[in-house]
Design a protein around this ligand. Structure first.
Ligand SMILES: Cc1cc2nc3c(=O)[nH]c(=O)nc-3n(C[C@H](O)[C@H](O)[C@H](O)COP(=O)(O)O)c2cc1C
Length: 188
């Protein structure tokens, strides 16, 4: 799949089933995604892969921290089961580095976007989800985050359910987001 086709045909997939990439395949795709622009080559991120029993534990943690009534506990728990693989994106900024933190966050986002495209080109579906649980100390602790790390959400990864029509997007008109700088003529 060429890059333009990958970009124009990728859609976030909300219902994801097996198969998901194995740990090895995820690592293979991540090595490629990690070539995204990264000022200083800091790699200020890491991934924690959650599958199987891990999803059950994560779902329990979601529900334990949810203000929703007990009758909705199952619904909250099931959020962790919306895909066979939940790849947790952890931002690990290098403190005091000459590259400011916002650039490190931008590099993390660039890597994640590349990874989603690579997953798509490989036949896998994904969706980036965040939500209030990214702020939960209990969820962070369960997944082994340390003090200055930040949870940027999960890539829910698997295979989109059912036959997938080719839904190539029509690009939006973004011409109003571009201007051409024209300097004032220099005074004689
Ligand atoms: C940082 C980030 C966080 C997001 N969090 C959520 C989320 O919590 N729930 C959700 O439904 N979509 C979320 N989205 C949006 C979806 O990932 C997706 O981009 C959106 O549904 C549009 O679909 P598309 O990727 O096919 O254009 C998030 C996107 C980004 C970039």
């Amino acid at each position: 799949m060429d890059v333009m086709t990958a970009v124009m045909s990728r859609r976030s997939a909300r219902t994801l089933i097996e198969p998901a990439p194995s740990d090895e395949e995820f690592g293979y795709l991540l090595r490629a995604a990690a070539t995204a622009p990264d000022h200083g080559r800091i790699r200020p991120w890491r991934w924690v892969l959650v599958r199987g029993e891990g999803r059950t534990a994560l779902g329990r943690c979601f529900a334990d921290g949810s203000p929703a009534p007990a009758t909705q506990r199952y619904r909250t728990e099931s959020k962790a089961h919306r895909a066979p693989l939940l790849a947790t994106l952890v931002f690990t900024p290098a403190a005091g580095h000459r590259v400011p933190e916002w650039e490190q966050l931008a590099a993390t986002s660039a890597m994640t976007s590349s990874l989603m495209l690579l997953l798509h080109a490989r036949g896998f579906g994904s969706i980036w989800r965040t939500g209030k649980f990214t702020e939960s100390a209990d969820v962070g602790s369960l997944l082994g985050l340390s003090g200055d790390e930040r949870l940027l959400g999960w890539l829910y990864i698997g295979t989109a359910e059912g036959p997938q029509p080719v839904r190539r997007r029509l690009p939006d008109d973004v011409s109003d987001r571009v201007s051409v700088f024209t300097p004032e003529p220099a005074l004689a």
